[in-house]
Design a protein around this ligand. Structure first.
Ligand code: SF4
Length: 190
């Protein structure tokens, strides 16, 4: 299907330029694609998925001192069906890996993953038979946050990097915009 992106008039020229939104004459011009990317990037809802000590730092990011809500991501959800970003905070044991994958599969599209800390990203100091040597062996990871543990600031930087990545996404077809769930049947069976 050929790419078809509509041009929309947003509002007047006094509005600041956001991202790659183009300013033209007395109006601000953008595309549906850019609007969708902006909306998605600035309203990430993380899944509550703490696995070890890194989770304490993850919790701190939504507390008053760091306040992740400044970037629209303070709504941590307790169910994968209401979340679109999984923050893997802590080591992934081999026993937990299938659970991690199932929860990831239950998240609706589009979805993203942040691997928080050395353990989640590479196994960290736990180079043994019980720990998965990198969460990317189980789910696709979009952003890796280094550290042991990463500070709340580092996780927030990771969220900002994910926002940049989402804003850069380009749709080649209408399906790439992922406005509708193309496989509702498959999800119901999950
Ligand atoms: S990276 Fe460090 S703080 Fe995070 S889970 Fe591993 S040992 Fe704990």
């Amino acid at each position: 299907m050929p790419k078809r992106i509509e041009t929309l008039v947003l509002h007047d020229s006094t509005t600041p330029v956001i991202g790659d939104i183009e300013k033209g004459g007395s109006v601000v011009l953008t595309t549906v694609e850019t609007l969708i990317n902006q909306a998605r990037a600035n309203s990430l809802w993380p899944l509550t998925f703490g696995l070890a000590c890194c989770a304490i730092e993850m919790m701190s990011t939504v507390a008053s001192r760091f306040d992740l809500s400044r970037f629209g991501s303070e709504a941590f959800r307790a169910t994968p069906r209401q979340a679109d970003v999984m923050i893997i905070a802590g080591r992934v044991s081999k026993k937990m890996a299938p659970v991690l994958r199932q929860i990831y599969d239950q998240m609706p599209e589009p979805k993203w993953v942040i691997s928080m800390g050395a353990c989640a990203s590479s196994g960290g100091v736990y180079n043994n038979y019980a720990i998965v040597q990198g969460a990317d062996q189980v789910v696709p990871v979009d952003v890796y946050v280094p550290g042991c543990p990463p500070s709340p600031d580092a996780l927030m930087f990771g969220v900002l990097k994910l926002q940049e990545k989402i804003k850069r996404q380009k749709a080649k077809t209408l399906a790439d915009l992922r406005l509708v769930d193309l496989k509702p049947q498959a999800r119901a069976e999950a």
